[in-house]
Design a protein around this ligand. Structure first.
Ligand code: 5GP
Length: 184
């Protein structure tokens, strides 16, 4: 695709992710944590963030998708990203979260529907603590009152790709976070 515009550079991402890692290290000093990444968008963020955390750490992954007739990516760009509001689990966690310090790792907090749903699922395991680490946040799009405990960047209402985020499964491997231009 032509016309991708860098919004957040790889250097800015690295600097912010290192700071988030230090915060987590400080908050959980002397304890173990489990990072639970939301597939697939958070995979790259999780692997960078975890390497900036100096604690005993383990990983798990959870998969979700939205119900309903999601428009094609091109339509999504024109009319704005919108899910039906119903979220479905496509892959559960492999381990029990009971009594553990869980850090849910998500690429982007948009309407908040996905993380609200996932938070409930993890809470049902009775973790010792539950925190949310999100790389990006689009506060203007929020439909559920949910915030990240560790946040990378607040961004405007644009559709972004790169650093794990896709457009029709492409562009996840771009090292920078880029804006996809809206056509028409
Ligand atoms: P929420 O449930 O908070 O509305 O949506 C979170 C999910 O929507 C993210 O995990 C991501 O998959 C998708 N999403 C929201 N905004 C964007 C965006 O700008 N770019 C991409 N690639 N995905 C997005």
């Amino acid at each position: 695709m032509t016309g991708l515009k860098v919004l957040i550079s790889r250097e800015q991402i690295a600097e912010r992710v290192a700071a988030m890692g230090s915060e987590i290290t400080r908050d959980f000093a002397g304890q173990a944590v489990i990072f639970v990444g939301v597939l697939k968008g958070a995979a790259i963020f999780l692997s960078d963030l975890a390497r900036q955390v100096q604690l005993d750490a383990t990983f798990d992954f959870i998969g979700v998708s939205s119900y309903g007739n999601r428009p094609s990516p091109a339509q999504e760009l024109k009319s704005g990203w919108d899910s039906t509001g119903e979220v479905r689990l496509t892959k559960d966690m492999d381990q029990s979260m009971q009594g553990r310090n869980v850090i849910l790792v998500e690429d982007i907090l948009d309407t908040g529907l996905t993380l609200t749903y996932l938070k409930k699922i993890v809470q049902a395991h009775q973790p010792k603590s539950l925190r949310i680490a999100a790389l990006l946040d689009k506060p203007s799009r929020r439909k559920q009152p949910i915030e990240a405990d560790y946040l990378g960047f607040s961004i405007p209402d644009e559709f972004v790709v790169g650093y794990g985020l896709d457009y029709a499964e492409k562009y996840r491997n771009l090292p920078d976070i880029c804006i996809v231009p809206r056509e028409g």
